[in-house]
Design a protein around this ligand. Structure first.
Ligand code: ATP
Ligand code: MG
Length: 414
C-alpha cells in the first residue's frame, strides 16, 4: 500500500466522480438562476463565532463535529460545517441588509468530524440556496419548488419524497418546549445521555435523536400540532396550499425537526430509500431568528442545503466529455507539425489529444483509451506531400486530406 493516504473521511474526486459532482452543481446553478438566485461564494473558513452561537452549542455540529483550531496568529478559526451562517455573515459584512430580499445560490466543500460511512464524509460538498428578507410563506414555497425543480432536472425527484413539518413561531415553540420538558422528565430514565443534556437546553432536539431508546420515547411524545399559535397554523396552511397549487406532493412528518437552533415555521427534507441509512438528500427550513442572533437587524430567511455526494450517487451517468481528435505524429517532421497543428486546432475549438511518444500502435492504443473519434496521422512521407492521413476510429476508414483542408474536414468532429 502506498505510504501516503488521504485523511479518513476525505476522498479524491477522480475525473469521473468530479464529472458527476459538476453535473449536479451546474444543473442546480442553472435552475437557481431561472428563479433569480445568483451565485455567491464565502470563505471556507470563518471565525469560530460565526458558527458556534448561530448553529447552537447543543447541536451535534457545534458540540462534536466542527474542525476548529487556533491559527498561527491565535485567531479561533473553524472550517465551515454548513453554508447558511457564513452567507448571513457575508450579508451583514457587506451591508446587503439594505437591499433585500437577497436570493443566493452557493456550492462548495463542508467539513464535519463525523463517523465516515457510505454517503457520510468528513469533507463533503453541498449546494445551498438562501432567500433572505422574505417573511411570507410564498418564500418557503418558492425555495421548495426550486429544490423540486433541481431534483427533477437531475432525474432524482421521482426517487425522493418531500417531508414537511412546522416548528411554529417563538410562542408556539415555548409552549411546546414546556410540554416536552414535562413529558421527557417523566420518561428521563430511558433517555440517552445526549438527550438528557438536551432536556433543559433544547428538548425539541431530542425529537431528532437517532438513539433507539430515544426513538421509542419519541413515539409517544406530545405532538406540536396542539401547541401551535393561530398565526403559525395559518402560515403552515399557506405553505401547504402553495405546494398543492404547484402540484408538489409532500407528507407531513411531525418528528421532523431540523438540527439547528434558529429554525422556525417550515422544516422540510427530501428523503430517499435508495441510499441506505443516509437517506436525506436535501434539507432546509425557515430561520427568521438567525440574522438577529448574529448581531444584525431582525431579518427573516429561509433556505436549504443538499449533499452533492448523495445526489451524485442517484443521478444517471452525466454526458461524457467531448471525444477528442488525436494527433499521431510519426517522425521528426510530424512532431514539429503536431505541435503547431494541435495549438491552432485547439484555438479553433477542437478537442485535441496529443501523446508525447510511442509508435503508431502505441499511439492508437492511447487514442482508443481516450475514446478519440478520429486520428490525424502525420507521417514524414505524408507531410512531404502536404497531406495527412485521417482515420475514422469508429469505422476504421482512412483517407488522405490536404493539410490546407484539414480544419474543414475535421469540422464535423468539433
Ligand atoms: P444528517 O442527519 O444526515 O446528519 P444533517 O441534518 O446533519 O444530516 P444538514 O446539516 O441539513 O444535514 O445538511 C444538508 C445535507 O447535506 C444533508 O441532507 C446531506 O445530504 C448532506 N450531508 C450532511 N452531512 C453530510 C456528511 N457528513 N457527508 C455527506 N453529506 C452530508
Ligand atoms: Mg449531521
Amino acid at each position: 500500500m502506498p505510504a501516503l493516504q488521504p485523511v479518513r473521511g476525505t476522498q479524491d474526486l477522480l475525473p469521473e466522480a468530479q464529472r458527476r459532482h459538476r453535473a449536479v452543481i451546474e444543473t442546480a446553478r442553472q435552475i437557481a438562476e431561472r428563479y433569480g438566485y445568483h451565485e455567491i461564494a464565502t470563505p471556507i473558513f470563518e471565525f469560530t463565532e460565526v458558527f458556534a452561537r448561530p448553529i447552537g452549542e447543543t447541536s451535534d455540529i457545534v458540540s462534536k463535529e466542527m474542525y476548529s483550531f487556533a491559527d498561527r496568529g491565535g485567531e479561533e478559526i473553524t472550517l465551515r460545517p454548513e453554508y447558511t451562517a457564513g452567507i448571513v455573515r457575508a450579508i451583514l459584512s457587506n451591508g446587503l441588509t439594505q437591499s433585500l430580499p437577497q436570493k443566493l445560490f452557493a456550492s462548495g466543500p463542508m467539513f464535519r468530524y463525523e463517523r465516515p460511512q457510505k454517503g457520510r464524509f468528513r469533507q463533503f460538498h453541498q449546494i445551498d440556496v438562501e432567500l433572505i428578507g422574505a417573511a411570507q410563506p410564498a418564500g418557503d414555497v418558492e425555495i421548495i419548488a426550486l429544490a423540486a425543480d433541481i431534483l427533477d432536472a437531475l432525474g432524482v425527484l421521482k426517487r425522493t419524497a418531500l417531508e414537511l413539518n412546522t416548528l411554529g413561531d417563538l410562542a408556539s415553540r415555548l409552549a411546546y418546549r414546556e410540554a416536552l420538558i414535562a413529558y421527557y422528565t417523566s420518561r428521563s430514565d430511558g433517555l440517552s445521555e445526549d438527550s438528557l443534556k438536551r432536556l433543559e437546553r433544547n428538548p425539541l432536539r431530542i425529537l431528532d435523536s437517532k438513539d433507539e431508546g430515544d426513538k421509542r420515547i419519541n413515539a409517544e411524545a406530545p405532538a406540536f400540532e396542539a401547541y401551535l399559535t393561530l398565526e403559525s397554523r395559518d402560515f403552515f396552511a399557506a405553505v401547504r396550499s402553495g405546494l398543492e397549487t404547484l402540484g408538489i406532493s409532500f407528507r407531513l412528518n411531525p418528528r421532523l425537526v431540523r438540527g439547528l437552533d434558529y429554525y422556525c415555521h417550515t422544516a422540510f427534507e427530501f428523503v430517499t430509500t435508495d441510499l441506505g441509512a443516509q437517506g436525506t438528500v436535501l434539507g432546509g427550513g425557515r430561520y427568521d431568528g438567525l440574522m438577529g442572533v448574529m448581531g444584525g437587524p431582525e431579518t427573516p430567511g429561509v433556505g436549504w442545503a443538499a449533499g452533492i455526494e448523495r445526489l451524485a450517487l442517484l443521478i444517471d451517468e452525466p454526458a461524457p466529455p467531448p471525444r477528442p481528435i488525436v494527433l499521431v505524429p510519426l517522425g521528426e517532421a510530424g512532431e514539429a507539425l503536431a505541435l503547431t497543428l494541435a495549438h491552432s486546432l485547439r484555438r479553433s475549438g477542437f478537442t485535441i489529444d496529443l501523446g508525447y511518444s510511442g509508435n503508431l500502435r502505441r499511439r492508437l492504443q492511447r487514442a482508443d483509451k481516450v475514446k478519440a473519434r478520429v486520428a490525424v496521422i502525420l507521417g514524414d512521407n505524408e507531410i512531404a506531400r502536404n497531406v495527412a492521413a485521417l482515420r475514422d476510429l469508429d469505422t476504421g476508414e482512412q483517407s488522405e486530406v490536404p493539410l490546407a483542408a484539414l480544419e474543414d474536414r475535421l469540422a464535423p468532429f468539433r
